[in-house]
Structure formats: structure tokens, C-alpha cells
Design a protein around this ligand. Structure first.
Ligand SMILES: Cc1cc2nc3c(=O)[nH]c(=O)nc-3n(C[C@H](O)[C@H](O)[C@H](O)COP(=O)(O)OP(=O)(O)OC[C@H]3O[C@@H](n4cnc5c(N)ncnc54)[C@H](O)[C@@H]3O)c2cc1C
Ligand code: FES
Length: 248
């Protein structure tokens, strides 16, 4: 892990508050593994002070692909970056990665959480594993990353809460259609992960967690979550943890 000065290749809105960011960084692109994330220095001034964490959604030969949702000051500043701008990028971060045992993998992404699973899909497929994505959002406007799934040729199911696209309802309902030979990997809002865990379906299940982060590499303890083995740092022991360990 170290700090890289990446160059913005592309930074554009997809739908609603969702953006796609492409960064030129040959060294980082070579190193990043599915589940890992980077901390971006979104401002050159003191406001906002801290870096912001983002999953690496995909890598190309010399490129990192990130998806982000504008939710506050930091992500708003990020959305203003233009082609050619430099961006301090700390990474790759996170030691707790997705296990890849098993032949069949179901990847459940709630909203922007899909960005935490896309690279995993590619890595699993490259190993010859069967991969199905389930992507859910409030309505069709919240499914802006579908184009990536389509372009990459993945099998996927869509869920919207208002039924405006795909199946109507919550993506957690998809679990009913996949027996316990499928390994489940999920990333999304805490409520979604809590609901998945409470279903007690018997699947092997892994969560990629989010938490407010200050340092991103295990020093500040700002990101800890309670687990059956005591407190764990999402940035260091995580971000991926077995579902049965996480205490919400
Ligand atoms: C490991 C990891 C990976 C992430 N990957 C992505 C990603 O790929 N794409 C993406 O859009 N976002 C991702 N996030 C969340 C992202 O870091 C926050 O949305 C971002 O830091 C918000 O910054 P801000 O200054 O715009 O918002 P702020 O002004 O800091 O906050 C705005 C609102 O967002 C909430 N918020 C801020 N940070 C988080 C967080 N970490 N978790 C939950 N809620 C938060 C705040 O409570 C507040 O309500 C990830 C977070 C982590 C920890
Ligand atoms: S963010 Fe500092 S320990 Fe995790």
C-alpha cells in the first residue's frame, strides 16, 4: 500500500447521483484484488480534511474503475474533477478479501454496493466459476451500473422496490431461487445485510462492509465493527467478513 498520484481519465454522471470515475494508475491496477478499496484525497485544502473510501469496481491494463454516489461534500468535490486532474489515491487497502472456494457464486449488490462486487465477478469467472449477479435499487433510476454487467456479459437479475424495472421487491428475495450450494457475497446498506443474515437460509455468506473511515490502514480504530471475535477494523481485517461473525 502506498500513495499514488493517479490521473483522471474520465469522470461522468451515469444516472441520478451516480458517477463513474476512471483513473490512470498502471501500478495500482496491477495490484488490486477483488474486495480491496482506495482512499481518495478529494480536496487539496483542509475542507473536507479526511480522505474518502471507494471500492475498486474494475481494473484494466493501466486503469482503475470506480463508481460513486454523490452523498456529501467529499463526493461532490470528486464529481467536479476533470480529465487530466491529479488525484492522490492511497491503496490497495483491505486484507479481508472474498473467499473463492465453491463452484457457484451469487453476488448481491444493493445500490452502490454493487461496486464492491464487480471485480469479484470477473475474478471468479476467470477461474471458471459460475457467477450470477443480483442488483437491487429503489427504482430503475438507481440501477445505473447495469450497463457494466451487460457490457461484461454477466448473467444478472434486477430488483426494484417499486417494480419499475426487473422483479418488484427487495433483492434479498432472490435467495429463495438459489440453493445452498451457492456461495453468497453481499455488499450494500446495513439494513440489507442485516435482513440477509436474519433469513437464516443456510448459505455460506460473506459481507463486504462499509464504515466511516479516517486512516484506512488500521491505525485510528475509527472503523471498528463488533464481531463474534471482538472488535475488527473494517479497513484492515475487512472489508470482507463472514456474515455469521458480524454483529449488527
Ligand atoms: C470500504 C468502503 C468502500 C466504499 N466504496 C464506495 C463506493 O464504491 N462507492 C461509493 O459511492 N461509496 C463508497 N463508500 C462510501 C463512501 O466512502 C462515502 O459515501 C463517502 O466517504 C462520503 O463522503 P462525503 O464527504 O461525500 O459524505 P459526508 O459528507 O462525509 O457524509 C454524507 C452522508 O453519507 C454518510 N456516509 C459517509 N460515509 C459513509 C460510509 N463510509 N458508510 C456509510 N455512510 C456514509 C454520512 O453518514 C452522511 O449521511 C465506501 C466506503 C467504504 C468504507
Ligand atoms: S479507518 Fe482507521 S483503523 Fe480503520
Amino acid at each position: 500500500m502506498r500513495d499514488y498520484i493517479c490521473t483522471v481519465l474520465e469522470n461522468r454522471p451515469l444516472s441520478g447521483e451516480l458517477y463513474v470515475l476512471k483513473l490512470h494508475s498502471p501500478e495500482l491496477a496491477r495490484q488490486v484484488k477483488a474486495g480491496q478499496f482506495v482512499m481518495l484525497k478529494v480536496s487539496q485544502s483542509l475542507e473536507p480534511l479526511g480522505r474518502r473510501a471507494f471500492a475498486v469496481a474494475d481494473t484494466g491494463e493501466e486503469v482503475l474503475l470506480l463508481f460513486y454516489q454523490v452523498v456529501g461534500k467529499g463526493t461532490l468535490l470528486l464529481s467536479k474533477l476533470r480529465e487530466g486532474d491529479p488525484l492522490y489515491t492511497l491503496g490497495p487497502l483491505g486484507k479481508g478479501l472474498f473467499p473463492k472456494e465453491g463452484q457457484k457464486h451469487l453476488l448481491l449488490g444493493g445500490g452502490i454496493g454493487l461496486a464492491g462486487l464487480t471485480l469479484l465477478g470477473k475474478e471468479l469467472r476467470a477461474e471458471g466459476k459460475k457467477v450470477v449477479f443480483v442488483y437491487g435499487g429503489r427504482s430503475k433510476e438507481y440501477l445505473g451500473m447495469e450497463y457494466w454487467l451487460k457490457e461484461e456479459g454477466f448473467e444478472y437479475l434486477l430488483y426494484t422496490e417499486d417494480g419499475s424495472r426487473g422483479r418488484g421487491g427487495l433483492l434479498t428475495e432472490a435467495l429463495r431461487d438459489f440453493d445452498t450450494s451457492w456461495v453468497v457475497h453481499a455488499c450494500g446498506p446495513k439494513g440489507m445485510l442485516r435482513a440477509l443474515k436474519s433469513l437464516k437460509t443456510g448459505h455460506r455468506m460473506f459481507f463486504s462492509l462499509e464504515s466511516r473511515m479516517a486512516c484506512g490502514w488500521g491505525v485510528c480504530l475509527g472503523c471498528v465493527v463488533q464481531t463474534t471475535h471482538g472488535y475488527k477494523r473494517v479497513c484492515y481485517e475487512g472489508p470482507v467478513l463472514p456474515a455469521e461473525e458480524v454483529l449488527f
